[in-house]
Design a protein around this ligand. Structure first.
Ligand code: PLP
Length: 375
């Protein structure tokens, strides 16, 4: 673990220290791929899928090109028709709604819980129509959404549930794991995610044999056998080399998760009493893997500027809810979504990664408190 001097610029996500710790394992894993030369769908793909399926408890894992592709392929596997509706949250990265729109379906935005920023399950039923086919909650910031309630609604109405778990791989929900809680779980191995690769990657999890088979075929242009195209698919494979990187990273992943939990708890202790900061709520029946350590702050722009001046990078996930984005605004016909709008105006993500040094974390907390005191 490295820590900075008081005036050094901190890293928002420290991937360099992680790489230094895993250099040997990454090199060995990548060299093996270079030696066998099966760059596309090499043995590391199936090895990674087996490891991740076992870790989550899902019967199937399908490694794909990115988290975005995981959402797209899952939606395609459900055979949605143009005009079908998918209920989702507007307070997420664009990919969630983007993939719904891309397949010709309609995202129906439902507001979030103001304390967790996850979709408010109590509002979902009122948004269901005769065209609703699926619900796509997002496990934002690394905390699983209210999946029991969502699954119960889905079961009553015969809907599929796709957990957008891009930020929550490794998170626990009761005795179960994120990605293995519904029809599909979709995660991302984008480098900054809790389990990242060194490029793009992602995975779909399901325990439905037929849907898993559909995803495997869609991943390779809809082929059920070589050059037998039985459905429309995409070029959605994950590179063997990126699978090798994730396999190497798994060696340290449980330690990293423990670090994330400890750092999240410590941020909570350091910031709980700071005036002008509100912490994200974590429900007692689940944990948060803190893909981002996000708080709500007053006077965000001033606070962000003050932190930047002290070499502390921050980010806003996300500054505008999707129902107010130029490309999606016309799709929103439901009620106002005040909690999403309010969250977008006040969330602030602080430096976070498994290798964040305690001294640096203290520096962030102190600088934030000072910024709020003087802003
Ligand atoms: C909630 C959410 N969904 C989907 C994605 C897309 O994942 P990827 O960048 O791997 O395509 C991301 C990544 O940032 C995300 O945060």
């Amino acid at each position: 673990m490295s820590s900075s001097n008081a005036t050094d610029k901190l890293q928002f996500i420290d991937l360099k220290t992680q790489y230094a710790a895993l250099k040997g394992a990454v090199a060995e894993r990548m060299q093996r791929v270079l030696d066998h030369g099966q760059y596309i769908m090499g043995p590391e793909v199936a090895e990674l899928e087996a490891r991740l399926a076992a870790r989550t408890g899902a019967r199937h894992c399908i490694a794909v090109a990115s988290g975005t592709e995981a959402l797209l392929i899952s939606l395609m596997a459900l055979d949605l028709k143009p005009g079908d509706e998918v209920i989702t949250t507007p307070f997420t990265f664009a990919a969630t709604a983007e993939m719904i729109v891309l397949i010709g379906a309609v995202p129906v935005f439902v507001d979030i819980e103001p304390d967790t920023c996850n979709i408010d399950a109590t509002l979902i039923e009122a948004a269901i129509t005769a065209r609703t086919r699926a619900i796509m909650p997002v496990s934002l910031y690394g905390q699983v959404a209210d999946m029991d309630a969502i699954n119960a609604i889905a079961q009553r109405h015969g809907l599929a549930v796709i957990e957008d778990a891009a930020q929550s791989f490794g998170a626990r929900y009761g005795e179960r794991d994120s990605c293995n809680l519904s029809t599909f779980g979709c995660t991302s191995f984008f480098p900054s995610k809790p389990l990242g690769c060194y490029g793009d990657g992602g995975a779909i999890f399901t325990s439905d044999d037929a849907l898993a088979q559909a995803c495997r075929e869609i991943r390779v242009h809809g082929q059920s056998a070589r050059y037998t195209h039985t459905r429309v698919g995409v070029g959605g494979r994950m590179d063997t080399l990126q699978c090798a990187v994730v396999l190497a990273k798994l060696e340290r992943f449980e330690w990293e998760l423990a670090q994330r939990h400890a750092l999240g708890a410590r941020y909570g202790e350091l910031l709980r009493e700071v005036r002008g900061v509100r912490l994200l709520a974590v429900r007692p029946d689940r944990d948060c893997v803190w893909a981002q350590y996000t708080v709500f702050v007053e006077r965000r722009a001033e606070v962000q500027a003050a932190l930047t001046a002290q070499g502390i990078p921050t980010a806003v996930h996300y500054p505008r809810p999707l129902h107010r984005q130029p490309v999606y605004a016309h799709l929103h016909r439901g009620p106002e979504l005040p909690h999403s709008v309010a969250a977008a105006a006040s969330v602030l993500s602080l430096p976070m990664s498994a290798d964040l040094a305690p001294r640096d974390q203290q520096r962030v907390a102190t600088a934030l408190a000072q910024a709020l005191a003087s802003s």
